[in-house]
Design a protein around this ligand. Structure first.
Ligand code: FAD
Length: 477
């Protein structure tokens, strides 16, 4: 790192899709950029992802699916996705087109083709799928070509605000504190999914039981440091997150297995807490983000997913429309070391559940009541209704998997405008301060409609706004 009084145009904080997009785009437009990354490797959670750069195709759809999100930002998000895809093409990043995909990424040629004839959310999405590691590596190569320094093991520690604007940053580079003057800062620190104290504050008292389904370095730094200098938190989304239920402890798996161990069939199972009670409409969303969120708030953030052979055969059929359909999630959870149940006898299922800490008498009653409603087509009238993917637990063998939620990304974050400029409590921009990626709050809220596209669209928006402001000779507004 250069001398501590160094001056640049833009400090980009974080090297996931948000930070890399902002940095490459601004540097290509001629700005002097540096990127700082807290971890020893570039890429953040982006590198671990499935690479689906997707979102809703139309504003009406995002409003209908995520009605509590910020409408202005959602409009900017949805409208920016085609330009984002075009920019990936311009950079030569392979990203296979997935035209007409549905919310789950299922081919449009097979609409609503659950084997039992259930209807899936009919939202029309737009998506491309890239190899996330290849994306990160190509973007880092592009930074090198553009002579943009990328400082690994270097974290943002402080934003320096003078009057209405941010004028510098304080960094920690492996124990050395450095000050850098800058005209703009782009926060792309990836939200707070790996910060138990923020999760405990906003989401659940059982934060310690959640798996970080993300890199461990996304600890809410952007949110914390920006609010310290007057930035406003988003108006909503703080109690929500995107994630999946993962095998419960003592299961062990590494970060490269996060997709594989995610129990995507949850919406078609019965989910009971340790009291043996259902606690949510398991089928509220097909990507199971709502199931994971509601599991997080149950005792010990632990649930038992219970299902029978009919449901399991449906999921094991690759033509079923659930994500990762066809794969043996039960076997994967068992092999990872999670407590699982497998038996041909209902009494035995309930007895075994008791040994896992799930109240057996209540569990039996829950299954009986659910089965009765399922057979009458009245699960929507239950105290805890079930809207879709209704499979009674009747046909042996019976299965159970103990799960705990993995949190991939927080949905609350910083309040920004459509240019990705960070706002203060009265809605005024803080000069020179931008956020992108999941550092932005309230785009998703309870329901989830993509994340990588948020990094792409708002990384581009931040870079464009900064470079236009620099071109017009001023500080960033
Ligand atoms: C298994 C899995 C599959 C997924 N699949 C998809 C998918 O197909 N489609 C999709 O849209 N989303 C997917 N996601 C979610 C998506 O990957 C993330 O939400 C997204 O990549 C976040 O991008 P970001 O740029 O905001 O943050 P990140 O990629 O997490 O980058 C943030 C970076 O900031 C760094 N940082 C943090 N604090 C500091 C600091 N103080 N100073 C410097 N650097 C700091 C971090 O180390 C990190 O590298 C998936 C996630 C996982 C785990």
């Amino acid at each position: 790192m250069a001398a501590s009084d160094s001056q640049v145009d833009i400090v980009v904080v974080g090297s996931g899709i948000g930070g890399l997009t902002a940095a490459v785009r601004a540097a290509r437009a001629g700005a002097r950029v540096i990127v700082v990354e807290k971890a020893s490797e570039a890429g953040g959670t982006t590198r671990l992802s499935g690479g689906g750069v997707w979102g809703m195709r139309r504003f009406e759809d995002i409003r209908s699916f995520v009605p509590h999100g910020d409408a202005d930002l959602q409009r900017r998000w949805v409208e920016g996705i085609p330009a984002g895809h075009a920019w990936l093409d311009e950079l030569g990043i392979p990203a296979e087109a997935k035209p007409g995909t549905t919310l789950s990424g299922m081919d449009a040629a097979l609409p609503n083709r659950l084997i039992d004839g259930d209807i899936i959310e009919g939202y029309n999405t737009i998506g491309r799928v890239m190899n996330p590691s290849q994306f990160v590596d190509m973007m880092v190569e592009e930074l090198t070509r553009l002579a943009v320094p990328l400082f690994l093991d270097t974290s943002l520690e402080e934003l320096v605000r003078k009057g209405e604007s941010v004028v510098g940053v304080v960094l920690d580079a492996q124990g050395t504190r450095l000050s850098v003057k800058t005209r703009a800062v782009v926060l792309a620190t990836g939200g707070f999914a790996a910060c138990p104290s923020l999760i405990a504050e906003h989401i659940t008292p059982y934060a310690a039981k959640l798996w970080p389904r993300c890199v461990d370095s996304v600890t809410g730094d952007g949110l914390r440091l920006a609010t310290q200098i007057g930035a406003a938190p988003s108006d909503g989304g703080f109690n929500a997150f995107y994630g999946h239920n993962l095998p419960a402890r003592p299961a062990k798996f590494d970060k490269s297995q996060l997709i594989e161990v995610s129990q995507f069939y949850g919406p078609a199972a019965i989910a009971v807490n340790l009291r043996g009670e259902r606690y949510t409409d398991e089928g509220e969303t097909r990507l199971e983000e709502t199931l994971a969120q509601d599991t997080a708030r149950q005792p010990d953030a632990t649930a038992l997913l219970v299902f029978d052979d009919v449901m399991w055969k449906m999921y094991r059929d690759p033509r079923s429309s659930f994500s990762q359909a066809g794969s043996d999630k039960f076997g994967i959870a068992r092999d990872a070391g999670a407590p699982v149940l497998f038996t041909h006898d209902m009494e035995e299922l309930v007895r075994q559940a008791g040994t896992l800490g799930v109240a057996p008498v209540q569990l039996r009653e829950t299954i009986d009541v659910f089965n009765g409603a399922a057979n009458n087509g009245t699960t929507h009238l239950l105290d805890v209704p079930k809207s879709r993917y209704v499979y009674p637990v009747m046909t042996p063998p019976f299965y159970g998997v103990l799960v705990q939620p993995g949190i991939t990304s927080s949905m609350g974050g910083l309040k920004v405008n459509q240019n990705a400029q960070v706002l203060d409590a009265v809605g005024k921009t803080i000069g020179g301060l931008y956020a992108c990626g999941v550092d932005i709050g309230n785009l998703n809220n309870r329901h989830y409609a993509g994340n990588l596209s948020i990094g792409l669209v708002f990384g581009m928006a931040a870079a464009d706004h900064i470079t236009h402001s620099l071109d017009s000779g001023g500080r960033t507004a």
